[in-house]
Design a protein around this ligand. Structure first.
Ligand code: NAP
Length: 327
């Protein structure tokens, strides 16, 4: 691994710590090394209104940044938002060289940040660990490119794919560790979508319940939620799912978590709108008779038409498995 890649790995670690609180801004990580190659500043994007990662790292480095190198996962911004442009701070700090993971597809940045730095005589190296950085920032990059949030479908099922028993009961199929992981998924999402059927059956509150988390995700019900539902206040939407996603994207939602039930999950998969599936598998069997299959309303005409994907990860959480699939 090159020195640039090693440093980018550390910047990525710093970005992971900003994953939950940075949105609607991207969770960026940055570090500053001085002229002798010693790390002098390291940080991630602070919550909205707070400094971006570059400014955090530069602030920590102080005068040691002069003549040094800034390593940052995402191209620095060059426009005035809630905070001043990062390019200005980098140039003012006397940084000699900037190492960037990926370009920012946001229409207000899109290469302008890198251009500005080069014009000011700063050397810029692009594309360091671009694959890893692109994967870590996938929801943000997707939302900026398509205008729609990155869609994660979450399912908790028995080994044979059942999500509710014949009487409609479904709590709880998986154990505590899997449910804690699902709460983290919620916290990483700026919106959660469920069908009205799930609201009627389970009356979920759909809160992230994560310590330290300040902003709860926006709750979206497809159809109508009963007046006394715990999910309230919520958005109630019907109509094409594409339009719902466009609206959420327009509100700065970077990632949406689809929590079911089967009718909703089937509709998202059938429309080709799912980016990732997170499937918690409990070592339990339910059978198909009168039970609810996770994608009950989805049909596949022939094996050639299976919606195949790629396994991103497999983890064991207590007694359960967590399988993440790229669709
Ligand atoms: N284990 C798990 O992971 C899990 C997760 C969630 C739910 N569940 C279980 O799943 C069951 C409920 O699932 P379900 O399939 O009956 O209902 P659902 O998917 O939760 O909700 C379906 C309802 O959503 C509304 N809707 C509006 N637009 C829609 C669209 N584009 N696509 C689909 N639905 C739309 C419709 O409500 P209206 O008819 O009111 O218009 C529809 O009847 C419950 O037993 C629950 O316990 C299990």
């Amino acid at each position: 691994m090159t020195r640039d890649a090693e440093l980018m790995t550390r910047a990525l670690e710093a970005s992971a710590a900003a994953r939950i609180d940075a949105p609607p801004n991207p969770w960026v990580g940055a570090l500053v090394i001085d002229q002798h190659g010693v790390v002098q500043g390291l940080g991630g994007t602070r919550p909205p209104g707070g400094p971006h990662a570059e400014v955090v790292a530069l602030g920590e480095a102080g005068d040691a940044a002069r003549g040094g190198t800034l390593v940052v996962t995402l191209e620095p911004c060059d426009h005035q938002g809630r905070t001043p442009p990062c390019t200005g701070a980098i140039i003012a700090a006397g940084i000699h060289r900037v190492v960037v993971g990926v370009r920012d597809p946001d229409a207000q940045v899109a290469g302008r940040g890198i251009e500005r730095l080069r014009q000011a005589g700063v050397e810029v190296t692009e594309g360091v660990l671009a694959g890893e950085v692109g994967a870590a920032l996938a929801p943000y990059l997707w939302q900026r490119r398509t205008g729609r949030p990155w869609v994660v479908l979450k399912v908790a099922a028995t080994l044979d794919g059942v999500v509710a028993a014949a009487d409609g009961s479904s709590q709880w199929i998986t154990g505590e560790a899997a449910r804690a992981d699902a709460h983290r998924l919620r916290a990483e999402s700026q919106a959660i979508i469920v069908g009205a059927g799930t609201v009627r059956a389970d009356d979920p509150a759909l809160t992230a319940r994560l310590p330290g988390r300040t902003l709860e995700p926006l709750r979206v019900v497809l159809g109508t939620a009963p007046a006394t539902a715990r999910v309230r206040p919520c958005w109630e939407r019907s109509g094409p799912l594409e339009e719902v996603l466009d609206e959420l994207g327009g509100h700065g939602v970077l990632q949406v978590l689809v929590e079911g039930g089967p009718a909703t999950a089937s509709a998202f998969v059938a429309a080709g709108l799912v980016n990732r599936v997170v499937w918690y598998v409990a070592p339990a069997l339910a059978g198909a008779r009168n039970t609810l299959g996770a994608l009950r309303n989805l049909s596949t005409a022939s094996i050639d038409h299976l919606r195949r994907g790629r396994v991103v990860s497999v983890d064991r959480l207590g007694e359960d498995l967590r399988i993440e699939m790229e669709v």
